[in-house]
Design a binder for this molecule. Structure first.
Ligand code: SAH
Length: 463
């Protein structure tokens, strides 16, 4: 399997800086099933080509546990894995060009954002779906494609065409984008067994595909094939991708008055400060902000030295990007930077990264999940992550009648799936506390109306 990337942007040798590979050096990287060689077949100021040659060990593969049991027993030995681009090539791409894929370039950081005229050539690609699929996947991203389809057997032309192609993709874009496209789409074209299929792959897909995939007309097919037709994983990924199309977290109901907006902002500050104060109790050192949005709570937590480790998680890539920008993560002093981490993830599936924390906060998050999915959230937070303390806030729906502009029965925010009365929240809270062995208390947030209660409500669970 051979993948080459060529650029003609002068000085073309910048390719070496971007990919962190010196043109004069031949390099090798091990992946579990073989070795990736990286070298430059041509180097000049005008034109530079880097090659990734993947040498798969077919015998080793039959021994490795990750090999699927094939339909027929010889399939273990007779298959296209050593020759046709597949998820193994994606694995090699990450291994060899991981930093570039993550948008890092130590020596010439300005190149990361620079679009390059690129030509990516792959020999050979296995395409289940033929040239039409190849075009459906790459053309919406802006690539021009030239392909040659290979005959099944040159000696028997009557047998017709194989599913193997040599293809050249041309486009002007950043190296990072190009690598990410190929990382995700090569296994999608192949649609054979992947050397992965785990929940982590949902994250990888979203990390490497999130932005462009969201707008891709074939995002469902891509997600399904990438995750090997596993419904559960696919639904989770699509949930994230589709969510990103919903209105921004902060775009409130449009017709609301300036005073109402102001009041909401004030109450949100009260909410966040109350949660911070609650976290400052009980010697809490490691905290997670689940559904951290644009990082408003994180910003309040950071100045508090008591917190040694702060993790923000959200399902929306856009929110995380905004959070990173607002918190100025890229300009933070290294010691400060080590204390905080932002991760992409969903509260509805188990995530090992959430384990080992003293406390978790979910500020105005639960009402963004469909009610039937709360069950999954309960397990993820209270059974698996299982911090000593969990703080949850949610609107008090009884208060809604006091919002003049809010039509009766409507929610405060277009993305809310439900809003609970105090009684509903408490019933849920007691049930969860009992099931998972926590104690819970409830507190109003914001000024209280005599009959209707406060605008928002908070539950503090402790075990
Ligand atoms: N806690 C923040 C943001 C609240 S808005 C604040 O108080 O400012 C709700 C947030 O929950 C959004 O950022 C949304 O992307 C996130 N969210 C919704 N469903 C989620 C899920 N299943 N997993 C993780 N985050 C989710």
């Amino acid at each position: 399997m051979l993948l080459t990337i060529t650029t003609t942007r002068k000085p073309a040798t910048d390719l070496g800086f971007l990919l962190h590979k010196h043109p004069a050096k031949l390099q090798e990287f091990e992946i579990p099933q073989g070795i990736a060689h990286v070298f430059y077949p041509e180097v000049s100021d005008e034109r530079c080509t880097i090659a990734l040659l993947l040498d798969i060990d077919p015998v080793g593969m039959t021994r490795s546990k990750s090999t699927d049991s094939q339909a027929f027993s010889l399939g273990q030995y007779v298959n296209d894995r050593p020759y046709a681009a597949s998820s193994l090539l994606s694995a090699a791409l990450v291994k060899a060009f991981g930093s570039a894929m993550n948008g890092k370039c130590k020596d010439k950081p300005e190149l990361v954002e620079t679009p390059f005229p690129l030509e990516v050539k792959i020999d050979v690609l296995s395409v289940r779906g033929g040239e039409p699929l190849l075009r459906r996947l790459f053309e919406p991203l802006g690539y021009t494609i030239e392909t040659t389809q290979h005959e099944l057997d040159m000696q028997f032309p009557a047998w017709g065409q194989s599913r193997y192609f040599s293809a050249t993709f041309s486009h002007t874009l950043t190296i990072q984008d190009a690598l990410r496209h190929f990382y995700v789409l090569i296994p999608v074209l192949d649609n054979n067994k992947h050397y992965w299929v785990s929940r982590e792959e949902v994250d990888k897909l979203l990390e490497k595909g999130g932005e462009w995939l969201q707008h891709h007309p074939e995002k469902e097919l891509i997600t399904r094939r990438y995750l090997r037709n596993q419904r559960v994983l696919m639904n989770e990924a699509l949930e994230v991708l589709l969510k990103e199309e919903l209105p921004e977290t902060e775009s409130e109901v449009p017709q609301e008055t300036a005073e109402e907006q102001e009041a909401k902002k004030r109450i949100h500050d009260v909410r966040l400060e109350t949660v911070r104060d609650e976290l400052l109790k009980d010697d809490i050192k490691k905290v997670i902000d689940l559904g951290c949005g644009e990082g408003k709570l994180l910003r309040l937590l950071l100045p508090e030295k008591q917190f040694e480790k702060i993790l923000g998680m959200d399902i929306s890539m856009q929110s995380l990007r905004n959070a990173s920008y607002r918190l100025k993560l890229d300009r933070m002093a290294p010691r400060q930077r080590e204390r905080i981490e932002l991760i992409l993830g969903s509260l509805t599936y188990r995530d090992k990264r959430l384990e080992g924390y003293d406390a978790a906060a979910l500020v105005e998050v639960i009402e963004h999940l469909d009610e039937p999915r709360l069950r999954a959230l309960e397990k993820v937070v209270f059974r698996f992550a299982r911090p000593r303390k969990v703080i949850i806030t949610t609107p008090n729906s009884e208060y809604n009648v006091l919002f003049e502009s809010l039509p009766a029965g409507e929610f405060r925010h277009t993305d809310h799936r439900f809003e609970w009365t105090r009684n509903q929240f408490e019933t849920w809270g007691y049930k969860v506390a009992q099931e998972f062995g926590y104690k819970v208390i409830f507190r109003p947030l914001g000024e209280e109306h005599e009959q209707l209660g406060a605008i928002s409500q908070m539950a503090v669970f402790e075990r």
